[in-house]
Structure formats: C-alpha cells, structure tokens
Design a protein around this ligand. Structure first.
Ligand SMILES: NC(=O)C1=CN([C@@H]2O[C@H](COP(=O)(O)OP(=O)(O)OC[C@H]3O[C@@H](n4cnc5c(N)ncnc54)[C@H](O)[C@@H]3O)[C@@H](O)[C@H]2O)C=CC1
Ligand SMILES: CC(C)CC(=O)C(=O)O
Ligand SMILES: [Mg+2]
Length: 351
C-alpha cells in the first residue's frame, strides 16, 4: 500500500502532519512519500504541480492532500498559481467524482451555525462533479467593443460528463436513504438544462432512487432552513464548491468536512483517489497551531476505506474523532481552545 502526502501551503502542512501521525499509529505498514504542490512547489521548482509530483501521484494508490493557496502568489499568471496544483491533479488523474459527506457529530449540535434541532438532522452527501464546468472552460481577459476590459469563463458540460457523475450519485443514494436531489440553475443556464435532462434519463436505470431537482439558489436556502431533508445532492463543480462550504458551517465548522475525489481507476485494494479537507490554506491562521486537523484526519479515513481497502482502520479513525468531540476536544473554529497538535494527540489517544 503506497500513498503520497502533499502538504501544500498555509495550514496544509500542519493538518497533514496530524493525519500522518494517525495513519502511522495504526501500524498498517503503509509506504508514505511526500511530494511538493502549490505555492511551496512554485517557490522550490518554479511550478505549482511539478512533473515529479504528478509521477509520484500516479505511482501511488492514493493521495492525501492538505491545501494550496498563498497570498504571495496571487499576482502570478494564472497557470502558475498554487490552485492550479489541485485543479491539475483532479484533471490529469480524471478524478471526476468529489464526495463531500456532512453530518453532525455527537456533541457538535450546539456548535453549528444553525439551531441544534435543525443541525442534528444533518446527514447528507454532496456529490460534486470535479472535471468540468466553468472551472475548466475557455477563460481570459479581452477588450470589449467599447474598449473596456472584459473577463470571461465559459461554462459547459457535455453529456458524458454528466452521465458518469449521475451514475456515481445514483449509486451513492442506493447505498444510503435512496434519495437524490440534483441541484442546478436550469431556469437560466443551458448547461444546467442539459445537466437536468441527462440526470432524468439516467434515473430510468435507478427506479429505486427517488429523484428531485432544485435550483441552486433555493438549495442554498434549504440547506439552512431544513438541511435534514437532503440525503444525496448531486451538482456541478462550481455549485458543489459553494454549497459544501455552506454545509460545513451547518455541521459546525469548515475544519470538519473531509472529501474523496475518485475516478474509475482501480488499485490493488480499491479505487484510486485523492483525499483532502474541503477547506483551503487559511493564510489568516497559518503557522499558529490553530487549525483544526479533523477534516484532514477524516480524509485519511476515507483514503483507507476507498483506496486501501482498510475499512476497519477507517472506522477506528472516525470513532476516535467522534470520541474526541464528545469529550469536548474542540478547536477554536468550534468555540473551543484546543490547538492543532492537541487535537491530533486527542484523536491518537482514542484510536
Ligand atoms: N483545495 C484547496 O487547496 C483549496 C484552496 N483554497 C485556497 O486557500 C486560500 C485561502 O482561501 P479562503 O477563501 O480563505 O478559504 P479557507 O478555507 O482557506 O479559509 C476560510 C476561513 O476558514 C478558516 N479555516 C479553514 N480551514 C480551517 C481549519 N482547518 N481550522 C480552522 N479554521 C479553518 C480560515 O481561517 C478562514 O477564516 C486561497 O488561496 C484559496 O484559493 C481554497 C479552497 C480550497
Ligand atoms: C481552490 C479551488 C481550486 C478549489 C476549491 O475551493 C475546492 O475544491 O473546494
Ligand atoms: Mg472550495
């Protein structure tokens, strides 16, 4: 079993360090390598996703990714910015299905941005498409007809892209409560109309799943009004990015939400994937030992489950995180005082 750790920038190295300690403590004999990404890779090698990093990623069974993003790099040409590392990995490795589970851990009901009785009903999975949409369309700056500047980013989805993510989402719903809500903006966007048409077609293959559709603006509202109504949400790259940050605050903090990015490639032990917290590099708290590493530790659990076939070890990690929270080990993001290392220690002690 071979994995690669990509710490990245800001709090990325701090949170991945804690997740690595947890993986090591399990004693599974996993071979771990480190590889540079993001602003750190740009500063060391002149590119946010050096070819060596991609080669190491391809040779592994899975990737544990911290975060990328560095204010020093925000004025670089776009193709050299740190964020291109994560976009490039997702695209180059055809990791098109991003699973972002959100559920309220016991003990966190009072720490959600929502009322406890609303928050405690949350147990949902966002299935976000990751290889298409406005993120990967033609983009640029140009001069408009009146001589002023214009920025543009083309939004599009082709049928095959929608089809493959719809299959992932319907199958996920079959393994949960059997309800799938497809979120789009079909009242305005042709991209979304195609999305909706294809999802309806694929639904014929999954008659046991109850399918509904919701416009993204309403979905943002419903996530706050009554998030317990959702089981699986399937949506495009941009809407999924935004709604998952929102869902994180509904369950307590962005420091809690893990994710798996999967494609079709199989490993000897499961499905090849990249695992990362949904948050970014948080430059405002980087280097201060304040970041909550739980999202990254939970991402490591997803890696063990999906890519390494180590479901029991994944369960152990998730149970240890749950116990730490029940025992009141809370980071500042959840209104507590525990620092990054202290949270890592607390999870280790409960493994
Ligand atoms: N996958 C990735 O690598 C991502 C990278 N980014 C990049 O990260 C940089 C910062 O972006 P922001 O919009 O500020 O988003 P962010 O997610 O880094 O931070 C948003 C807010 O949440 C807090 N936060 C995030 N993670 C936390 C944790 N584990 N514990 C406690 N508090 C936490 C931060 O302190 C900040 O106040 C940018 O360069 C952005 O492009 C943003 C999102 C994802
Ligand atoms: C930084 C972006 C490329 C990605 C992002 O915000 C995310 O995947 O959640
Ligand atoms: Mg995001």
């Amino acid at each position: 079993m071979k994995i690669v750790i990509m710490p990245g920038d800001g709090i990325g190295p701090e949170v991945t360090h804690e997740a690595v300690r947890v993986i090591e403590a399990l004693g599974l004999g996993i071979d771990m390598k480190q590889a540079a990404v993001g602003g750190a890779a740009y500063k060391a090698y002149g590119h946010p996703l050096p070819p060596e990093t991609l080669a190491i990623a391809e040779a592994a069974d899975g990737i544990l990714f911290g975060a990328v993003g560095d204010p020093d790099c925000d004025t670089l040409e776009r193709h050299l910015r740190p964020e291109q590392a994560i976009l490039g990995l997702r695209k180059a490795l055809t990791l098109f299905a991003n699973l972002r589970p959100a559920k309220v851990f016991k003990g966190l009901e009072d720490h959600s941005a929502l009322r406890p009785e609303v928050a405690s009903a949350i147990d949902l999975l966002i299935v976000r498409e990751l290889n298409g949409d406005v993120y990967f369309g033609e983009k640029g700056y140009r001069t408009a007809a009146d001589g002023t500047r214009e920025g543009y980013d083309v939004m599009s989805y082709c049928e095959s892209e929608v089809r493959r993510i719809a299959h992932v989402a319907f199958r996920a719903a079959q393994g949960r409560k059997g309800r799938l809500c497809s979120v789009d903006k079909a009242n305005v966007l042709e991209t979304s109309q195609l999305w909706r048409d294809v999802v309806v077609e694929i639904h014929k293959e999954y008659p046991d799943v109850q399918l509904s559709h919701m416009y993204v603006d309403n979905a943002a509202m419903q996530l706050v009004r009554n998030p317990g109504q959702f089981d699986v949400i399937v949506t495009g790259n941009l809407f999924g990015d935004i709604l998952s940050d929102q869902a994180s605050m509904c369950v307590g903090s962005i420091g809690m939400l893990a994710s798996a990015s999967l494609g079709e490639r199989k490993t000897a032990h499961g499905t090849y994937g990249l695992y990362e917290p949904i948050h970014g590099s948080a430059p405002d708290i980087a280097g201060q030992g304040l970041a909550n590493p739980m999202a990254t530790i939970l991402s490591a659990a997803m890696l063990l489950r999906h890519s390494l076939g180590q479901a029991a070890a994944a369960d152990r990690i998730e149970a240890a995180v749950g116990k730490a929270l029940e025992d009141g080990v809370l980071g500042r993001d959840l209104g507590g005082r525990a620092g990054t290392t202290e949270i890592g220690d607390a999870v280790l002690a409960r493994l």
